[in-house]
Design a protein around this ligand. Structure first.
Ligand code: NAP
Length: 283
């Protein structure tokens, strides 16, 4: 899917796409999903959705920064990507801490020279239950990590993107930010705020060719959501509401991230792309 080549006559393409065109069989060919020459920083990329995004972005030609709280885990994933022909570096960062976010950005630029694509993927949810019982500390932690870290990373990364002529930011939100939920209150609020953050930044930075979008996955088979898919009864109740009758796999989110990061998504900004097997549109 990612490697599908789109054939165009060179002269008919907008100038932003012409730069990526190259000759093949006498015709000009363009790969709209090519990330060659780009540097992509992906938080929470040692597992699950973030890892799939990093791996696929590396396959699409990007040099990627692998990040999570655990430096050894980051190095292991970076080594795997390098072993399969990609380019990756490992920089640990706990998104709860501003100084670590600052270090992540500075170290990425020091090692790879620039950041063209920022994927704010890491998030947490320390509270599963009704809002009325939720401790204040859990509420603050969720908002600080899920909204605050995306805001802070964007503050630190976007101005340099703009100065270089543009870039793309992708925030991994959730359908919990679109629907009301009984047990995911503050998490859902944080994911809705991520969508508002993307819209605001899209308006602020659009004139500088920086695009900011969200992806809102439904249930995806990762450790983060294990409690919701491991139990057969919970799983059956969930997929009964999904027209595709199954949950998603991490790799099924990665293609959308590449789409939004690449020339294929060059006129999309401020949007939220829902990837949920149809879960939110079914009656
Ligand atoms: N899975 C789903 O069903 C689903 C649905 C909708 C949205 N999402 C969203 O998708 C994103 C990724 O979730 P996932 O399901 O892929 O989770 P996952 O498989 O548990 O992976 C989470 C990644 O984030 C890292 N991480 C955790 N806490 C961190 C912290 N404080 N600072 C930095 N990195 C941290 C983890 O590594 P370490 O633990 O080693 O730090 C790991 O690399 C999240 O934003 C989540 O809200 C998931």
């Amino acid at each position: 899917m990612i490697h599908a080549l789109y054939h165009f006559i060179y002269s008919e393409q907008p100038s932003s796409l012409q730069a990526q065109a190259h000759g093949k069989g006498g015709k000009m060919v363009i790969n709209l999903f090519d990330l060659t020459g780009k540097v992509a920083l992906i938080t929470g990329s040692t597992k699950g959705i973030g890892r799939a995004i990093a791996q696929r972005m590396a396959e699409a030609g990007a040099r990627v920064v692998i990040s999570s709280r655990n430096q050894d885990a980051c190095e292991a994933v970076a080594a795997q990507i390098c072993a399969s022909g990609g380019q990756a570096v490992a920089i640990a960062c706990n998104i709860n801490y501003r100084e670590q976010l600052q270090h992540l950005v500075e170290e990425s630029v020091r090692q790879l020279g620039q950041i063209d694509v920022l994927v704010c993927n890491a998030a947490l949810n320390p509270w599963y239950g009704p809002s009325r019982d939720m401790p204040d500390e859990a509420f603050d932690k969720i908002m600080n990590a899920n909204v605050g870290s995306a805001h802070r990373l964007c503050q630190r990364v976007i101005p340099a993107m703009a100065a270089r002529g543009g870039g793309a930011v992708i925030i991994v939100s959730s359908i919990a930010g679109i629907q009301g939920t009984a047990m995911l209150g503050a998490y859902g609020i944080s994911k809705a705020a991520d969508m508002a953050l993307a819209r605001n930044l899209a308006v602020e930075w659009g004139p500088h060719n920086v695009r900011v979008n969200c992806i809102a996955p439904g249930l995806v088979r990762t450790d983060f959501a294990r409690a919701l898919w491991e139990n057969p009864e919970t799983y059956a109740a969930t997929v009964a509401r999904y027209p595709l009758r199954r949950i998603g796999e991490p790799d099924e989110i990665a293609g959308a991230a590449i789409f939004l990061a690449s020339a294929a998504g060059s006129f999309i900004t401020g949007q939220t792309l829902v990837i949920d097997g149809g879960g939110t549109i079914a009656g």
